[in-house]
Write a protein that binds this ligand. Structure first.
Ligand code: NAD
Length: 293
């Protein structure tokens, strides 16, 4: 596959690139922020100061950036530089319209392309245990598999271009709404004199059961790995949940889907962010709902 150019060495990208290097793949990285490059280099990555330097002749280009605008700009610059028939993989969470525009750029340049957003957060990126949700042609997905499996534990081929992003947004819509429902239920239980542990045990064995309850319970002391046990240190930051819900809202508006709970959840996380919760775990929204923050 030749050299892999990894672009975007932030909280997620740097550990992902490190896992590729640890698997003995030929990988060089670039980030437009000097601080990110220095941090990545200090952790042993081959981090260079120019995109052109690593994209020229690359067999594969992986992007892990903040938004679709950045992804499109980087792909526009890297596509003419990479090897003929190179493979382009975007692991960022971006608007489906931007993801499909990126695929179209790649198709016109004769490159293979995959949208491969992830779930699993920074801990999953470090452990190499991410879940990848991929949108691509069958050939592009097959070509990306040897790279993605070095960074993740599970790969899903969700369908054609853009459907990886669709799966990511639909999943996080469920998660964002379910967390607020779980937080509301615990807030009501407290008012009714029902102990949190009792509600946890009943709901975990009943139809209220969900990942937000049993793995990520917003009340401290009930689920061992929950950020609630660490005063809502993220975890999955509220600002990232808000970003994903806004992308889901945008996709709903463009496709005509009716998603009122997505809109309501986005408003509540935006309020929590405005009150200083943007960097805290999204399950901390319970503190706002229960009047504790
Ligand atoms: P981050 O801000 O830590 O990293 C992004 C990096 O991209 C930054 O270092 C930035 O300098 C760099 N960058 C921006 N424009 C660039 C350009 N033109 N050229 C080169 N580098 C450029 O973000 P992150 O937390 O690593 O998240 C990356 C993506 O992964 C986002 O789309 C996010 O929504 C998604 N995601 C994040 C998490 C998480 O827990 N952090 C979980 C799942 C998905």
């Amino acid at each position: 596959m030749g050299r892999i150019a990894f672009i975007g060495l932030g909280a997620m990208g740097a550990p992902m690139a490190r896992n590729l290097a640890a698997a003995k793949l030929d990988v060089a990285g670039f980030d437009s922020a000097e601080a990110a490059r220095e941090k990545a280099a200090a952790s042993g990555l081959d981090a260079r100061a120019s995109l052109a330097e690593i994209a020229t002749g690359a067999g594969a280009v992986v992007t892990m950036l903040q938004n679709g605008e950045q992804v499109l700009a980087v792909w526009r610059e890297a596509l003419p530089l990479a090897r003929e028939n190179a493979l382009f993989i975007d692991c960022s969470t971006i608007d489906i319209v931007d993801a499909r525009a990126a695929h179209e750029l790649a198709r016109k340049a004769g490159a293979l392309s995959v949208d491969a957003p992830v779930s699993g957060g920074v801990a999953g990126a470090e452990a190499g245990s991410l879940t990848f949700m991929c949108g691509a042609t069958g050939g592009a997905f097959a070509a990306a598999t040897p790279i993605l499996e070095k960074m993740g534990a599970r790969l899903f081929h969700c369908g054609g271009p853009g459907l990886g992003q669709a799966a990511k947004l639909c999943n996080n819509l469920m998660l964002g709404v379910a967390m607020i429902a779980t937080a509301e239920a615990f807030t009501l239980a407290e008012r009714l004199g029902l102990p949190a542990r009792t509600l946890f045990e009943v709901a975990a064995a009943s139809s209220g059961q969900s990942w937000s309850l049993t793995t990520y319970c917003p009340v401290a002391g009930l689920a061992p790995a929950s950020p609630a046990n660490k005063d809502y240190a993220a975890g999955f930051a509220t600002k990232l949940m808000l970003k994903d819900l806004r992308l889901a809202e945008s996709a709903a508006a463009k496709s005509g889907a009716v998603t009122p709970l997505c809109a309501a959840a986005a408003q509540l996380y935006a309020l929590y962010e405005a009150r200083g919760g943007g960097g805290r775990d999204f399950s901390g929204v319970i503190q706002m709902l229960s009047g504790k923050a």
